[in-house]
Ligand binder design. Structure first.
Ligand code: GLC
Length: 598
């Protein structure tokens, strides 16, 4: 038996390796789309964040793990997964009306339950009262409304299967035996379940447009490559997301609810929850505002990043009303302004307009006004081309333009900024810009992504895909940032940082900031002077620290150099409750530095 298994595994490897591993994905529609809808639906939707009458903390689709629920007990949920009100067309129409161009649906999440009838697992839809194939019905609805089809598949985690046991998550009794008796065999899991199911999904449901893998964890590069090759072989045009592992996907991998802080250097997608959970939780009613979610969509587009918002339907298939309301709200704005999102690229200026975000499409730029510009005036510093004309995109109302040394626009009075009006600016061909860090409304905002890395003795800090610093500590060098002073005077020096997964602000951080040949803040402690209460507060909470002030007597191009003297230590627990008390923060995530004219 074992020899047969080894031979068939080797045959599988050879077959897959013969597949054309080069990317053949059709990224064109994906870049044009900019906006997708994620759907998390599974047995966890039945549990809805509770077990034995007790609320279980954490994201809802992890309840079996957080609640330490054995497979024998967890599978009992299947009988209550009625899908009694399942109406996939209503989901797809909601996405379509909101302006989403693709849907990614959980076919098998970490729990191991398959939302379709699988020949390779009995833990599938046939254990539920539902008679049918919900995956096929959803895909048919997507095709009917011209929505691209995406499949989520957790390719490393499968809490149903001993062979996929991650061990650090499992516990005595999970598989009905002591943990010491569990002998995982990941290769066998991949060969006997994961890859065969990928074949089912990639050959049984017509054209698949996106394959969305998740949590690659300790997969080897060869194992991740197998999940790439099976897609390339069976669905060559299908786009593979970044979480397949080892950068083998067709685009990068941001964290959950991670918003990039500047224009992305590669294809990226930000995935976001509307509250704090992907899978439905009856107790999680902390919904983000519809406007904040719309602003995230716009902010992502201004960075050349796709935005995929999540809904977590209930076990019966109904969608929580707040989610429906949010999608309708987005749709109302998109119905008048989608031109400013679809097929756009990132803001060609430095990303620092205080009134909102900028997207670009060829010789046009779109200014998304989240609030009234000061004196209703917009100075397009960095605009090197003549502006032919400008108007409010949704109603054509003219915006006056003066093409002087700096191009200035005057927006009309009476705009409702709650509605986020968009100014379309049409430039002469070829539209040219520079992305210097100018001052706008008394603030010079300098993204770290615009900086030059100076390696340290033990290596070099990096700029992560999310456009914040990564691996920046007291051994990995310094960051040199350029900016333009247009008005002499005294400026507050404000350093912005963020942290991952609700970690505390690491105490005791000490940095050195040399500002031009002017002033240095030597080995000063970075204190948390302010924490933002925004949509990222529960995933990548942002703070700022004021170092003091610096005075510039002369205008012109300046620079500053930031380095870390002492890393800080955390003082709380991490997201999954891990104890990171007093753990060093060796990965200080700076996003930007602002100079604010006093
Ligand atoms: C994380 C979670 C998973 C969720 C995914 C959404 O990987 O583990 O439960 O589906 O994020 O991006």
């Amino acid at each position: 038996m074992e020899l047969k298994r080894v031979l068939s595994y080797l045959l599988l490897c050879v077959t897959l390796l013969s597949a054309n591993a080069k990317s053949t994905a059709d990224m064109e529609w994906w870049r044009e789309a900019r906006f997708g809808m994620f759907i998390h639906w599974g047995l966890y939707s039945v549990a809805a964040g509770e077990w034995n009458g007790k609320q279980i903390d954490g994201i809802g689709e992890w309840i079996q793990n957080f609640g330490k629920i054995s497979n024998k007990d967890y599978e009992k949920l299947a009988k209550d997964f009625t899908m009694a009100s399942y109406n996939p067309e209503s989901w797809v129409k909601m996405a379509k009306n909101a302006g989403a161009k693709y849907i990614v649906f959980t076919t098998k999440h970490h729990e191991g339950f398959c939302l379709y009838p699988s020949d390779y697992s009995d833990f599938d839809i046939e254990m539920t009262p539902y008679k049918g194939d919900p995956l096929k019905e959803l895909i048919d609805a997507c095709r009917k409304y011209d929505i691209k089809v995406g499949l989520y598949y957790s390719h490393r985690q499968d809490w149903r299967e001993e062979d996929a046991a991650v061990m650090k998550n499992e516990y005595d009794g999970h598989y009905g035996k002591p943990k010491s008796a569990v002998k995982p065999n990941l290769d066998r899991y991949i060969q006997d379940k994961a890859i065969p199911q990928m074949k089912e999904l990639l050959t049984g449901y017509g054209k698949i447009d996106v394959l969305w893998y998740d949590t690659p964890f300790d997969l080897t590069k060869e194992q991740s490559q197998m999940f790439v090759d099976i897609v390339r072989k069976l669905q060559p045009e299908c786009v593979i997301n970044g979480r397949v592992g080892y950068g083998l996907g067709d685009y990068g991998a941001l964290g959950d609810n991670e918003m990039p802080f500047a224009g992305a250097a590669k294809d990226l997608e930000m995935v976001a929850t509307m509250n704090h959970t992907w899978g439905y939780k009856k107790q999680d009613n902390d919904w983000k505002s519809a406007r904040d979610i719309l602003c995230s969509l716009i902010e992502c587009a201004s960075r050349g990043v796709n935005y995929m918002i999540n809904i977590g339907p209930k076990a019966d298939g109904t969608v929580p009303q707040p989610s429906v309301d949010i999608m309708n709200y987005i749709g109302k704005w998109m119905s008048k302004n989608s031109e400013a999102v679809y097929g756009t690229t990132s803001n060609p200026f430095n990303d620092n307009f205080p009134w909102g975000y900028v997207t670009r499409k060829g010789n046009s730029i779109y200014l998304h006004l989240l609030r009234e510009p000061k004196n209703r005036e917009i100075a397009l510093k960095g605009m090197l081309s003549v502006v032919d004309n400008a108007y409010i995109l949704s109603n054509g109302k003219e915006v006056s333009v003066s093409n002087g040394e700096v191009c200035k626009l005057s927006v009309p009075s009476g705009l409702d900024y709650e509605e986020i009006p968009v100014v379309k600016v049409e430039c002469e061909w070829p539209a040219r810009f520079n992305d210097e860090c100018y001052m706008n409304e008394n603030v010079i905002s300098i993204p770290v992504a615009s900086g030059k890395i100076i390696p340290g003795k033990d290596g070099a800090l990096k700029i992560a895909e999310g456009c914040n610093t990564s691996d920046f500590n007291n051994k990995t060098g310094a960051l040199k940032l350029g900016f333009i002073v247009e008005e002499p005077g005294e400026y507050i020096v404000r350093v912005h940082t963020n942290r991952h997964w609700r970690r505390s602000f690491a105490k005791g951080m000490r940095v050195t900031l040399k500002v031009d040949d002017n002033k240095a803040f030597e080995n000063v402690e970075l204190k948390q002077d302010f924490e933002y209460d925004n949509v990222r507060r529960n995933s990548y909470p942002e703070s700022y620290s004021d170092l003091g002030t610096v005075t510039f007597d002369k205008c012109g191009l300046k620079s500053m150099t930031l380095s870390v003297d002492t890393v800080g230590t955390f003082s709380k627990f991490g997201f999954f409750g891990e104890d990171i008390q007093n753990e060093s923060d060796n990965n200080i995530r700076f996003n930007k530095i602002e100079l604010i004219k006093k």
